[in-house]
Write a protein that binds this ligand. Sequence first.
Ligand SMILES: [Zn+2]
Length: 218
Amino acid sequence: MMFLGHFGLGLAAKRVAPRTSLGTLWLAAQFLDLIWPIFLLAGVERVEIDPGNGLVTPLDFVSYPFSHSLLAAFGWALLLAGIYWLARHYGSGTAIIVLLVLSHWVLDALVHRPDLPFYPGSSRMAGLGLWSSWRYTLLLEGVIFVWGVAVYRGATRPRDATGRYAFRTLIIFLVLVYIGSLVSGPPPSSQYVAIMALSQWLLVLWAYWVDRHREAAV
Ligand SMILES: [Zn+2]
């Protein structure tokens, strides 16, 4: 449930896999959070609103073994990369998809309290708990995101006005959503959390659109 950091890594990955769309890179980097709401709505995983739980997040991640255990992350990484390989036969893109899906778990493990399982049913949990510090949270998210935007901007150039403005608006929108999530009060219900998380699929579509209007910078 880190936010800007995941998108930042996805942006930066464009340099390593220039032929992979930003939409696919974001799909991979944010995959665990994109499928999480589906498990929430299905009642298989659980999140609770607990404003006293952590400084930065009001969410208590009670159970999310299928979207957020390390073992599951490996499984999703291989599945996503396998599908991509069959569709594109692009080695760099396939490898970067594996790394991005796994990077999500690693970044989450930096900020979450120890609530990330290693495998479904494991009693040992990972989580360094940076979310107890505003300074480290904002620094980590901010640095990765700014770096990612800079790398993507350097690796690509706009083909047309859409490539320029749809990209800028997307970046500004992400920052506003992030700030909004920090300053708004706790969400009204876990259902609401799931719907908001589900809406991130639109960001992936937006990224596919942006990427079609940009090309590799020579
Ligand atoms: Zn996550």
